[in-house]
Design a protein around this ligand. Structure first.
Ligand code: KIV
Length: 268
């Protein structure tokens, strides 16, 4: 999609697969970064509940609330001109009942202006995806490693290797109406089989090169999360070091009396 200035709608996102155009997705949590990433030409921005970890400093995503997701999604939609904005449904906002899921997803669309939601699709979520789709709410599914199931999986970052189960999960959510599927932390061969088996785009994170698109957590790709270095993340910049070095220089100049200099000072 890349250079095309037209807004990425859900149907355009889905068509990219048939057209053989790989999809580029990143996470965004606020206006500043969403504007930069949108202007850089990403196809989709995910307001991920990973904000619980990267913005709020929590050990996992479980404590993130619907109100917090709505707040961050508003900041992102205010900035975006082209990318498709997808908002994560946080833990317990869709698992209790289909009715609650529709009400909460509806709030996300009504109160943020985002056109789509994502939910982690464990057993039993097909009915929810179908109900949301019937209500006119586009849903991206998320299978493989599901961070909201952290305690069931015995921790984050566990590679999911049960190919039959993953293929069944992917077929089930696609049949239920999901317009895309995030595949997190699964072997590349399994991701390839899933990508061939479903007609909607697969978006990989730690799932190898055969998906229809890729997503990363933006602070990881930019080298802002210094201590998090899993194999699947390529760091395209080392911004943590750059930020600290700029701030140290500023501090030295303030303490040494060389900032502000005459060029930064208004006379009379
Ligand atoms: O919350 C998130 O950022 C995500 C991505 C890791 C896909 O779900």
């Amino acid at each position: 999609m890349g250079d095309d200035a037209k807004p990425v709608t859900v149907p355009r996102f889905v068509r990219a697969k048939a057209d053989g155009r790989r999809l580029v997705m990143l996470t965004a949590y606020d206006f500043l970064w969403a504007r930069l990433l949108d202007e850089a030409g990403v196809d989709a921005l995910l307001v991920g509940d990973s904000l619980g970890m990267v913005v709020q400093g929590q050990p996992n995503t479980l404590s993130v609330t619907l109100e917090e997701m709505i707040y961050h999604a508003r900041l992102v939609t205010r900035a975006v001109r082209r990318a498709l904005v997808v908002v994560d449904m946080p833990f317990l906002s869709y698992q209790v009942s289909v009715q609650e899921a529709v009400r909460n997803a509806g709030r996300i669309l009504k109160e943020t202006g985002a056109p789509a939601v994502k939910l982690e699709s464990g057993p039993g979520q097909a009915e929810t995806i179908a109900a949301l789709t019937r209500a006119g709410i586009p849903v991206m599914a998320h299978i493989g490693m599901r961070p909201q199931a952290v305690h069931l999986m015995g921790g984050l970052g566990r590679i999911q290797r049960d190919a039959d189960r993953l293929l069944a999960d992917a077929r089930e959510v696609a049949d239920a109406g999901a317009f895309g599927i995030v595949l997190e932390l699964i072997p590349a061969g399994v991701a390839r089989r899933i990508t061939q088996a479903v007609s909607v785009p697969t978006i990989g994170i730690g799932a190898g090169p055969h998906c229809d698109g890729q997503v990363l957590v933006t602070p990881d790709l930019l080298g802002l999360t210094e201590d998090f270095r899993p194999k699947f993340v390529k760091r395209y910049a080392e911004l943590a070091g750059a930020v600290k070095s700029a701030v140290r220089q500023y501090a030295d100049e303030v303490r040494g009396g060389t900032f502000p200099g005459p060029e930064h000072t208004h006379d009379a």
